[in-house]
Design a binder for this molecule. Sequence first.
Ligand code: 6OG
Length: 167
Amino acid sequence: MKTLLTLTLIQKNKQILLGYKKRGFGIGRFNGFGGKVEKEESVKEAAYREVFEEAGIEVHDLEEIGIIDFSWNNQKNPPLTVYVFKADSFSGQIEESEEMKPEWFEIDKIPYKKMWDDDRYWFPYFLQNKKFQAEFIFDSKDKVVEYNIQEMTDANKSRQKEEEPAS
Ligand code: 6OG
């Protein structure tokens, strides 16, 4: 079973809120807010919870915009599936947490060089409001060595549903 995680991007006008990761997986990089989905919660519940824990705010209207599968060609890390969400509004005061230092960035000044290498490939989909599914394979230095991104259209969304095993 792949580990399921969430990743939420908060957009306000022409700015995006990212957090500088102070500890754990991805330390030293800017990223959206998120983490592992716990057993007793849905993916969306996990996304709300993680944003609150890491940035101190309650996001409204979370929209799922992408699903990404990550793996490493040397099995350095276990494979991950990350559900990407977007939020346009929130309440509360943005606060630094033990894990993340939040910072707003203009959309034309996103610090890709200080982010995970995959982000520069899929952020354009997010910025153009296109839903996507993607797969990235990294090497031991966390560089993308292979990737595949597809826009999620109504046609391939329904195909994906058919492929899901009946429960
Ligand atoms: P914790 O394990 O600290 O949550 N994440 C990634 N985000 C990007 N952009 N690229 C990756 O490439 C990622 N791998 C994981 C998911 C980790 C957070 O980092 C995200 C979570 O939001 C490998 O709880």
